[in-house]
Design a protein around this ligand. Structure first.
Ligand code: C2E
Ligand code: CA
Ligand code: CA
Length: 568
């Protein structure tokens, strides 16, 4: 493209541009849009001043507007632009055109723009002029369509301005509507828009007069509160909570709650991107903590949240690739009477991307919360059954214990899956023990109970894990008939010195024996403890570092092979 340096001189008196020049100058003062007019006989184009500035040109008159635009249009959109120009100039399919494309801006980013054009004719029908308007949509859209509130773009600008003044301090609060999607799913998008508008209005009404409410994406709002202290923010949030609960529909009253996160500037961060990110993260944390509350940003909670979310996505990927970063370790379980190996507990491990091994307590709660424990649980059963079958070649009665969180028993496919697995590997159910571990949230106890009984009838043994802690108590024993309890290592730590622990373990074992249950003691690390548990307490099964730590499959296999050699 060439720029005509002689400027206006290039436009001769017989060019239509010559005659509209004054009008064009007047009109460009009244709008932010980029304007151009092309004299179709000469191809010369008159540009508005903002066009010249935006594209760093040296003159208002150029010879090829389309090349100028093409050079600045996002590559993927160029073909569409060329096609549209071809249609109007060559194919002459229409007198007007309108299309959207991404256009480079002065920051070096592409933003959406809209170009509308029109071809005008003289009285004989000859094409004389092409007029066009380019609107930068990215710059124009400062308000939210539904609520009419200022949007994220405006909030960023306001924040940037606020942060640029020295000594400015205050807070950004991000407010998210909990479960708003339920409203749109139940009553449809039209009603959801009305409800959203009403909520926006209600919130605006309870805010101090100088505070702006902004509408961010989806169901999210934000406030900027210069000079605000935490106590004031809590009061403002309490009034938001009150005002937005009732959204009236013709038939029903709909209740919706809000969660919020607040971050302070300049203490938490002093740039607008980070401060907003922190406020939004604090809001996510508030949602995770149970919703309908406000959480103030702290670096520590944020780091933990970041760790959890990144771990969650890593695990999701890992599961999608067939659980390839998970593996099982096996810890020996021995007969307390003689110390002979009877089986192993399968313990899950996860290999981090940098190769470090992560212990299950760090990720099992997250797997449970996200329900990812369901596919991982299937994988564990499959692996443990395969290993058990293999090891029964060396020891026909080898017992495999598998941890199952109660949550997994809520899954309807779990029982059929296990049954199918037993058949496929040709395993005897009585060589399998399910150790039921505590789980955060069981919602359908009735179903859990039924599934539990099915496993029982099938012949799989059931152990109550971590007896004495959490859910695992006498009350549970009364309702669920287990074959075995495992006494948590908490009670074994001081077994040699603590009279309370000694009695507790001893009498629990007596109680269990009297109702026909066996007892496994976990966490046995020393010979003296083992002897005490064997002779004084009459424990049935022992598991602990004294007899072996959790080991990889190959390591455990060597133990089995050497046993076989010894016993012939
Ligand atoms: P748990 O079922 O009580 O497992 C026993 C834990 O105690 C294991 O920790 C084991 O390594 C450890 N331990 C065993 N003997 C000793 C000892 O003598 N001294 C000490 N200090 N520790 C000992 P791990 O492998 O970290 O597992 C922790 C928990 O994670 C398990 O507790 C279980 O609740 C859960 N878990 C492990 N694997 C799975 C799994 O595959 N599925 C489910 N749902 N939960 C699992
Ligand atoms: Ca266990
Ligand atoms: Ca335990």
């Amino acid at each position: 493209m060439t720029i005509n340096r002689e400027n206006d001189l290039a436009i001769g008196q017989d060019s239509p541009l010559y005659h509209i020049r004054q009008f064009f100058d007047a009109i460009q003062r009244t709008t932010d849009e980029y304007l151009f007019v092309v004299d179709l006989s000469s191809g010369l184009t008159l540009l508005s001043n903002n066009f010249v500035e935006e594209f760093n040109l040296q003159s208002n008159v150029i010879t090829d507007i389309d090349s100028l635009l093409m050079e600045n249009i996002y590559p993927d959109d160029q073909e569409r632009y060329a096609e549209s120009i071809h249609n109007i100039l060559i194919e002459k399919v229409s007198d007007t055109y309108e299309l959207e494309f991404r256009l480079l801006n002065q920051d070096g980013d592409y933003g959406w723009a809209e170009c509308r054009g029109f071809i005008s004719h003289d009285k004989d029908g000859n094409e004389i002029m092409r007029t066009g308007v380019v609107s930068r949509l990215d710059k124009r859209r400062h308000a939210d369509d539904v609520t009419g509130l200022l949007n994220r773009f405006s909030l960023s600008r306001a924040l940037r301005q606020e942060l640029s003044s020295p000594d400015s301090h205050g807070a950004v609060v991000s407010v998210g509507l909990d479960n708003f999607h339920v409203i749109s799913e139940t009553y449809g998008y039209h009603f959801a828009d009305i409800a959203m508008k009403q909520i926006a209005q209600n919130i605006s009404n309870v805010l101090p007069p100088d505070v702006n409410l902004y509408k961010l994406d989806g169901d999210q709002f934000a406030l900027m509160l210069p000079d605000a202290m935490p106590e004031e923010i809590e009061i403002i949030f309490a009034s938001i909570q009150l005002c937005m609960r009732e959204i009236r529909n013709v038939e029903d009253t709909i209740y919706c709650t809000a969660s919020a996160g607040a971050a302070f500037y300049p203490t938490d961060a002093d740039d607008e991107i980070t401060i907003l990110k922190y406020a939004e993260a604090a809001m996510e944390i508030a949602r995770q903590q149970g919703r309908d509350r406000i959480v103030f940003f702290s670096q520590e909670t944020y780091d933990r949240w970041r760790y959890d979310t990144s771990m969650q996505s890593l695990m999701q990927n890992c599961i999608a690739r067939g659980c390839e970063d998970f593996f099982l370790c096996f810890q020996p379980q021995v007969d307390a009477k003689n110390g002979h190996l009877i089986g192993a507990e399968a313990l899950l491990r996860w290999r981090d991307k940098d190769g470090s091994i992560i212990a299950p307590m760090q990720f099992i709660p997250m797997l449970e919360k996200s329900r990812m424990i369901i596919p991982v649980g299937h994988w564990i059963v499959e692996q443990a059954f395969a290993v058990c079958k293999e090891w029964q070649e060396y020891m026909p009665d080898f017992q495999m214990s598998i941890n199952i969180s109660l949550y997994q028993l809520e899954e309807h496919m779990f029982y059929p899956f296990v049954k199918d697995c037993l058949d496929r590997y040709g395993l005897r159910p009585e060589t399998i023990t399910f150790e039921l571990t505590e789980s955060q949230s069981v919602s359908d106890w009735e179903f859990v109970n039924r599934q539990f009984n099915q496993f029982h009838q099938l012949g799989i043994k059931i152990a109550m894990d971590d007896f004495g802690t959490g859910y695992s108590s006498l009350g549970f024993l009364k309702n669920f008939s287990c074959n075995l309890i495992k006494i948590d290592r908490l009670f074994v730590q001081d077994i040699l010195t603590g009279a309370f622990d000694q009695n507790l373990v001893k009498y629990t074992i007596m109680l269990c024996h009297s109702i026909g249950m066996e007892v496994c003691i976990e966490g046995v690390e020393e010979e003296e403890a083992y002897i005490f548990l064997r002779d004084e307490c009459k424990a049935d099964i022992i598991q602990g570092f004294y007899f072996g730590r959790p080991e990889r499959k190959q390591v455990f296999l060597r133990r089995l092979k050497s046993l076989k050699r010894k016993t012939g």
